[in-house]
Design a protein around this ligand. Structure first.
Ligand code: RP5
Ligand code: MG
Ligand code: MG
Length: 279
């Protein structure tokens, strides 16, 4: 909803590259703009050709808008345009071409697990917000190492991986640091994780992410799913420990006045509305 903003941040993340400034009224590809001369940038980490990255477009013609082997190049937003062999960002201009930090040309698919509980006071009573008079929800948030912003502990869908598994795997890696837990504890933890993710959850969002890493030719998309601990006695017991791309992990209030990574506030707002919670 609305024109992307974070995808037009002045300096591209992890680089010194400045985006070509794109005013709101020039975001749409439908608006002719001959003066538009964006720089191109692909991060060295992507050019090094790790398993998760595509080759350069000059030596590569993938099946766009299709399932390309195990790589899903379809968009949740419908068919995207491909111009001169390069996919075009369905939300318009970003001020930068090529892939930046993203591995795939076109959509880069992620999944975001939004694990929630009701905020409680010392006596165990649900906390009611003084202004909205609605109960306050909390979610498991991570502080991203790359930018220091609070975010949902999401991650990329591996080729051929089911989204339901990505949700569980990323939560385990980033919020529970499962890979670093000792073997005895790990079995117990795996059990708890399995029961938390046994329900299908409530799918909040499916589509484009206004991510600062987006470019004119590569962008993030996600499926955000809410797993709610109604009684507060299952997930709340889990020992949170930051892992992988998370620097910190914590239960955090869901509140419109707090700022979150990318357009994660949109997904959190949808969770709050659905559960009749404070926003
Ligand atoms: C965001 O980036 C998604 O919403 C998801 O939270 C995250 C996935 O990227 P990594 O965490 O793997 O960097 O666009
Ligand atoms: Mg991850
Ligand atoms: Mg992540």
């Amino acid at each position: 909803s609305g024109a992307h903003v974070k995808a037009r941040c002045p300096v591209y993340p992890g680089s010194q590259t400045r985006r070509f400034p794109v005013p709101d009224d020039k975001v749409s590809w439908e608006t002719e703009w001959p003066e538009y001369l964006p720089p191109s940038y692909t991060a060295p980490s992507v050019l090094a050709r790790p398993a998760w990255a595509d080759p350069d477009i000059s030596s590569f013609s993938p099946y766009f808008n299709a399932l390309d082997g195990t790589v899903d190049r379809t968009s949740h937003e419908g068919e995207y345009r491909v111009e001169d062999g390069k996919p075009l960002n369905p939300h318009g201009r970003t001020g930068l071409t090529e892939r930046g930090l993203l591995g795939r040309w076109g959509p880069n698919h992620a999944a975001d697990p939004i694990v929630t509980r009701w905020k409680r006071d010392g006596a165990g009573h649900s906390v009611i917000h003084s202004e909205s008079h609605l109960p306050v929800l909390q979610f498991v948030a991570i502080m991203r190492k790359d930018c220091g912003e609070w975010a949902i502990p999401g991650g990329m869908v591996d080729p051929g991986e089911r989204v339901s598994l990505t949700l569980q795997r990323e939560f385990s890696e980033e919020a529970l640091n499962l890979l670093a837990v000792n073997p005895e504890e790990r079995a117990w933890l795996r059990d708890r994780i399995a029961s938390l993710f046994a329900s299908p959850g409530f799918q909040v969002y499916e589509g484009y992410v206004d991510d600062p890493r987006n470019t004119d030719n590569a962008w993030m998309e996600t499926v955000a799913v809410n797993f709610h601990d109604q009684s507060g006695d299952s997930v709340s017991e889990l020992p949170l420990q930051a892992g992988d791309d998370a620097g910190q992990v914590s239960w955090m209030d869901i509140d419109s006045t707090l700022s979150y990574y990318a357009n994660h506030s949109l997904f959190l707002e949808m969770v709050a509305k659905e559960r009749h919670a404070h926003w």
